[in-house]
Write a protein that binds this ligand. Structure first.
Ligand code: NDP
Ligand code: ZN
Length: 355
């Protein structure tokens, strides 16, 4: 089968690989819609360490084509939503991973583009299908569901880790697709003022629609000064973009007893450091939390319920649509180049489905 991925670091392209085999607990899925992600482009550039001959992509909805002998809840032909994080639920480490992001080692539950080929292929394998796949909730569109599998799960997790409370002043540093979801999650948790940090006009528009009350432009001056001028200090800061200096900035703009929650992906080559004063000399009860997208079927079902019953339109972040299997290449390149009008591209694999 063919898939779009990386031959090696900084060498993306079309790979020819064996179709994955289906173990007793697994399912083989053919993607219907996929969404390239900044984590795919980071991986291609070696940000997560060296990788060879790996099909990329980890955000998909699709159709089950085969199930293992022990799979109870799914059958070929089912249209399924596939979390980007698919734990091996038989691993003891998953039971200790309250967020269901890590098996027995960091990122162990993030199979696609790590231990499994990714979803930008004719077929991909989903481990522990019964616990990881879920059917589309009636009233939720496939495009909205696709946005739950990583963007909404990760962004909302930022708001959950920050423990956003009614009336909190929340800063979301970075309002790309992940940060936009953090804005939406903070608003749904009852935040008061929400300040988004970013510059892209269509991101700013969606940020306001999702609940941002103010926007800070990091290109127009120090964001700590700008946030302090606006608010006098934030209760919670969610990091979903920026540089290796952003953690220090987040600490400096957070009040005592506040919290910083980072869902940002730092490069393996980065060293993070910050002034002790920004952290209140370590004694101001400014909690630093960080985490990775929670996975599994129950998580996606809850996010789909939020879309359906709270009217949260997760598909607002889709800025570009492509059609056809081959279009995964330009969609991935668009993600890599970060066009100024980009939020999130999706690719309808409609040519394969038609066959
Ligand atoms: P984007 O690149 O689309 O967005 C980044 C945002 O950060 C943009 O709003 C950008 O502003 C802003 N930004 C850039 N530089 C600065 C700066 N110096 N100071 C403040 N803000 C800045 O990223 P995504 O939304 O796709 O992803 C966000 C992060 O989350 C990435 O690191 C990604 O790898 C990570 N991620 C983490 C996951 C997890 O599970 N933890 C899952 C998926 C992604 P501008 O408007 O100017 O572009
Ligand atoms: Zn992703």
């Amino acid at each position: 089968m063919r898939g779009y991925g990386m031959f090696s670091v900084n060498h993306p392209g079309w790979l020819e690989k064996e179709r994955p085999t289906c173990g007793p607990l697994d399912a083989i899925v053919a993607p219907t819609i996929v969404a390239p992600c900044s984590s795919d482009t980071h991986s291609m550039h070696g940000g997560a360490g060296p990788k060879d001959n790996m099909i990329l992509g980890h955000e998909a909805v699709g159709t089950v084509v085969e199930v293992g002998s022990a799979v109870r809840h799914f059958k070929p032909g089912d249209f399924v939503v596939v979390p980007c994080v698919t734990p091996d639920w038989l691993e003891i480490g998953v039971q200790n991973s309250k967020s269901f992001s890590h098996d027995s080692q960091p990122f162990g539950s993030f199979k696609f583009i790590n231990s499994e080929d990714g979803v930008m292929a004719e077929f991909f394998r989903v481990v522990c299908a019964d616990a990881n796949l879920t059917l589309l909730l009636d009233g939720v569109t496939p495009e909205q569901a696709l946005m739950t599998v990583d963007m909404m799960s990760t962004g909302f997790y930022g708001a959950e880790m920050a423990d956003v409370q009614f009336g909190d002043t929340v800063v979301v540093i970075g309002i790309g697709p992940v940060g936009l979801m953090a804005v939406g999650g903070a608003a749904l948790r009852g935040a008061g003022r929400i300040i988004g940090v970013g510059t892209r006009p269509n991101c700013i528009k969606v940020a306001r629609e999702y609940g941002a009350t103010d926007i800070v432009n990091y290109k127009e001056g120090d964001i700590v000064e700008q946030v302090m001028d606006l608010t006098g200090g934030a209760d919670k800061v969610i990091i979903a973009g920026g540089t290796k200096d952003t953690l220090g900035q987040a600490l400096a703009m957070t009040k005592a007893m506040g919290a910083i929650a980072s869902v940002n992906y730092y490069d393996a080559a980065d060293t993070l450091c910050f002034p002790a004063l920004a952290w209140g000399l370590g004694m101001a009860n400014k909690d630093i939390r960080s985490g990775f997208c929670p996975g599994g079927a129950a998580r996606i079902q809850k996010l789909m319920a939020t879309i359906k019953y709270r009217g949260f339109d997760a598909a607002k972040i889709i800025s570009h649509t492509f059609h056809g299997f081959e279009a995964m290449e330009p969609a991935f390149k668009l993600m890599d180049e970060k066009a100024p009008d980009l939020i999130k591209p999706i690719v309808y694999i409609d040519d394969l489905q038609a066959q």
